[in-house]
Ligand binder design. Structure first.
Ligand code: UD1
Ligand code: UDP
Length: 358
């Protein structure tokens, strides 16, 4: 059995890393196809190095472009490789354009496809990721869903039950595999002069928040107030998309320490020690919930409702009033919550399912 792993962006490299490690350990015949949707050193290379991952067998050099152009070029190149390599299974994780291209190319060649982190829905079709999720879930043969919530969603969409496997999310495997290392190795707290639990870790890159001048102005305004509302320093490792948009609209962030995107160990160390995480990222909502750190999500909706129901996360959009209420909620919330995303053995479960289906 030969498996092709297709990835291309920061969160896919991180969330696929436990699967890659397991494939190495078990001597699985596999190859990695990297679209290079992310290509800057601190969005790509740093993760292969830090997470000790093998160099991809194929690097497609796609880079940034409009959706059709980016996805189309990926499709053309991935198709060629799949025709040559003839894998039995293609595995892809998440909801980016790389995942869409990978699963579509494989499915057209009738190669079995596995979608890791299947069944998530924000029910917001303005998000490019939501369109990708729907197409990938409709086409995939094996749908590896994090919790029963996504199983119910997929059943409701008419997907046959025998395609759905509740496995947890590989992000738990990744967090557990790197947590100790991050705490031992990272010097990020001292280098940024931060005290444990006395700072807010912020990230924002979602197209709906940063792409128009109107929403980006609201985001900049909200960020400018977080220090006063919380009394904490605010640290913002800035996604290159947001940096490009701030430059385009000539806007500046105030009252926050803006830094370049970080490697995984430094970022995990910041998450573990943060008093509060503020984000519009999917993976970071999950990580905050897994690590027991209160989270405020600067979106109107989330495809990670488990984080809300356990009390780990609050949705506030870009509203300052809602942010204040959410911060109060977390200040008064002394309850600990259970991590809903699995016990850290998701990669093993996924491999077992794939083997049993061949
Ligand atoms: C993509 C995913 C998003 C995911 C995010 C993870 C899609 C549609 N979006 O968004 O779901 O949450 O990755 O981070 O697939 N850029 C660089 N260097 C890079 C990569 C990007 O400078 O290595 C800049 C470029 O200006 C580029 C912009 O970021 O135009 C956006 O990159 P793109 O890959 O289109 O989307 P992301 O916002 O990264
Ligand atoms: N991350 C990182 N360095 C950073 C910011 C994020 O290593 O500076 C990690 C984070 O721990 C999480 C993943 O990147 O595992 C989330 O990626 P991102 O927010 O880009 O994408 P999303 O999850 O929203 O698709």
């Amino acid at each position: 059995m030969k498996i092709a792993l297709i990835l291309g962006t920061r969160p896919e490299i991180i969330k696929m890393s436990p699967i890659i490690r397991l494939f190495e350990e078990k001597n699985i015949d596999y190859l990695i196809i990297h679209s290079n949707q992310h290509y800057s050193k601190n969005m790509d290379d740093v993760f292969f190095k830090e997470l000790n991952l093998p160099t991809p067998d194929y690097s497609l050099g796609i880079g940034s472009a409009d959706h059709g152009n980016q996805t189309g070029n990926m499709l053309i190149k991935i198709e060629e490789i799949l025709l040559k390599e003839k894998p039995d299974v293609v595995l892809s994780q998440g909801d980016t354009n790389t995942v869409l291209a990978g699963i579509l190319a494989a499915s057209k060649q009738n190669i079995k496809t596995g979608h890791v982190e299947a069944g998530l829905r924000s029910y917001d079709r303005r998000m490019p990721e939501e369109k990708n999720r729907i197409i990938c879930d409709t086409l995939s043969d094996y749908l590896f869903v994090p919790t029963r919530v996504q199983k119910e969603i997929l059943l409701g969409e008419g997907i046959p039950e025998n395609r759905i496997f509740v496995t947890g999310n590989t992000i738990v495997d990744a967090v557990l595999q790197h947590k100790e290392l991050a705490m031992d190795k990272s010097k990020i707290l001292s280098s940024l002069d931060l005290q444990e639990k006395q700072f807010v870790l912020l990230t924002a890159h979602r197209a709906l928040n940063v792409d128009t001048k109107e929403s980006l102005e609201k985001l900049v305004n909200l960020i400018g107030q977080i220090n006063e509302i919380t009394g904490f320093k605010v640290v913002y490792p800035m996604h290159p998309r947001t940096k490009a948009k701030l430059d385009q609209y000539n806007l500046n962030i105030s009252n926050a320490i803006c830094i370049e995107p970080l490697g995984y160990l430094d970022f995990l160390a910041l998450e573990i020690n943060a008093g509060l995480i503020v984000t519009d990222s999917g993976g970071i909502q999950e990580e905050a919930c897994i690590l027991g750190i209160p989270c405020i999500t600067i979106r109107e909706n989330t495809e990670r409702p488990e984080t809300i129901s356990v009390g780990a996360n609050k949705l506030v959009g870009l509203s300052i009033d809602s942010f204040k209420k959410a911060f109060k909620f977390h200040q008064n919330n002394t309850k600990e919550w259970e991590n809903p995303f699995g016990s850290g053995h998701t990669s093993e479960k996924i491999l077992e399912v794939i083997k049993s289906q061949q």
